[in-house]
Design a protein around this ligand. Structure first.
Ligand code: GLN
Length: 470
């Protein structure tokens, strides 16, 4: 009830697309009864969680913040949603995002932008002037980051204890950094994608947003494991873990990628990053500079691969099977075209066009195959660094703290989305686990996130290091 009433008082954040009030209250009551009988289902029994609106939820509208899926009610739960419910978690609502998770700001969905809760912190207001909660009356409110900005804002504003995001190029870690919460992208193949409406199948991973690293480990323990409905999940059993309470970091080797010192990195973020490296060194960890030489190709490589998979994925939205169908239906062709023009925003349509261009017979080798090869080089950079004895990489999550919405939308949306992913997308192309954790506040009083990247399937080690630093 407290979470539901907080959702009402923070409605102006626009973090939720759907609030599942009735079912949440019913689930909470059932959980309370189980608790009284001493029959709790697990760690998450009775815990309010939110789910990004690109995960299928049985009987609950799932929109991807797109006209294409507005009104679509899936007949089944995504595996991760089912796992949460099986543990007694209380599903409190579906959260806002960029349309089909394409973006880095949570500004591009049909339900309007998500507002960063930190826009209303005392320190930010003192530094940056009046900040009204009323629409059209303010200009300084900040983006929440994206594309899982609704989930990050929901956790950050205490309306739930954990939320699911998705992470294809950084969409869980980026908003986690901007909203001052923990954002974990697990290793590709550890957590089922069944029921997550795909963006880039070869990079998508369900993400976890929580208030602290321990909570992320708990939720991961619930979600991880083989799923016969997702053939890309690994067969090896996953043993849920509890993070140690006393951590000795002196046995770890922390790598600092030199190529991540790039133009556009704010001086404040750079300072926080350097200070973090010093902290590890002072605690006895080995901190070394490492090289990820193919970093500079990351953005273009991601662009080609992402749009190519998008072009193929979005073909399912044809007006026949799912969601929106145009009234313009003089011919099958014109119905397809009108449905997709009416259903998708310009970001989605732009990516479909680019992707189909890269996949044209005459371009396929030149762009798509080449990008696949570059992806391998990017992934090998990490293999080489980890083989040299590095346990975990330490990097910034984003270039800077959150920017005001009015500034964000001035920039071209494709460039801005691409630049903001520079530190995060390589982990998706390599399948590696990565976590963003909140560290210091910037001069404006806004959170700055740092990212740790670990060895594949070594979430225990990754989160142990992150917890020590937290
Ligand atoms: N910003 C990236 C994109 O728009 C990543 C999105 C994501 O991780 N879902 O493709």
């Amino acid at each position: 009830q407290r979470c539901l009433s907080l959702i009402k008082t923070t409605k102006f954040l626009n973090a939720y697309i759907t609030v599942t009030e009735d079912t949440a209250l019913r689930q909470a009551e059932e959980s309370e009864k189980r608790y009284r009988r001493g029959q709790s289902l697990g760690d998450l029994d009775g815990i309010p969680v939110a789910v990004k609106d690109n995960f299928s939820t049985a009987g609950i509208e799932t929109t991807c913040a797109s006209n294409m899926l507005k009104g679509y009610i899936p007949p089944y739960n995504a595996t991760v949603v089912q796992k949460l419910l099986d543990q007694g978690a209380v599903l409190i609502g579906k959260t806002n995002l960029d349309e089909f998770a394409m973006g880095s700001g949570s500004t591009d969905g049909i339900f309007g932008p998500v507002r960063n809760p930190w826009s209303y912190s005392r320190q930010y207001k003192e530094k940056c002037g009046q900040n009204s909660r009323l629409e059209n009356e303010d200009s300084s409110w900040l983006i929440a980051g994206g594309s899982s900005g609704g989930s990050a804002a929901a956790v950050s504003s205490f309306t739930c204890f954990a939320a699911l995001g998705s992470d294809t190029g950084g969409s869980t870690r980026n908003p986690a950094a901007h909203c001052g919460v923990v954002g974990l992208k697990p290793t590709y193949g550890l957590v089922s994608r069944h029921g997550l409406i795909p963006l880039v199948n070869s990079m998508d991973v369900p993400g976890i947003l929580t208030r602290c690293v321990d909570d992320a480990a708990t939720v991961l323990g619930v979600l991880a494991g083989h799923d016969p409905k997702d053939s890309t999940t690994v067969q090896d059993p996953f043993n849920p873990f509890e993070l140690p309470s006393v951590i000795d970091v002196s046995k770890f080797c922390i790598g600092i990628p030199k190529e991540y010192h790039i133009p556009g990195l704010s001086s404040e973020t750079l300072a926080v990053w350097s200070k973090a490296a010093d902290l590890f060194e002072n605690a006895g960890a080995r901190v070394i500079e490492v090289s990820l030489p193919h970093t500079c190709y990351s953005i273009v490589c991601y662009h080609v691969l992402c749009t190519a998979e998008v072009a193929s994925n979005m073909a399912r939205f044809d007006g026949l099977e799912y969601g929106h169908r145009s009234n313009i239906d003089k011919s099958t062709e014109s119905m397809y075209a009108a449905t997709r023009r009416e259903g998708f925003n310009d970001v989605v349509r732009g990516r479909i066009l680019s992707g189909n261009y890269f996949l044209l017979k005459q371009n396929y080798e030149k762009y798509f195959i080449k990008a696949q090869k570059v992806r391998r080089l990017i992934a090998n950079d990490f293999v080489n660094v980890f083989n040299s004895g590095v346990d975990v990489l330490l990097t910034p999550t984003t270039l800077r703290d959150a920017v005001p919405y009015v500034e964000f939308i001035k920039e071209d949306n494709r460039t801005r989305s691409a630049q903001d992913d520079i530190f995060t997308q390589a982990a998706n192309m390599s399948g590696l686990p990565a976590v963003s954790i909140p560290t210091a506040l910037s001069e404006k009083g806004l959170p700055i996130g740092l990212q740790f990247v670990g060895h594949a399937f070594q979430e225990l080690q990754l989160l142990t290091v992150a917890k020590w630093f937290e």
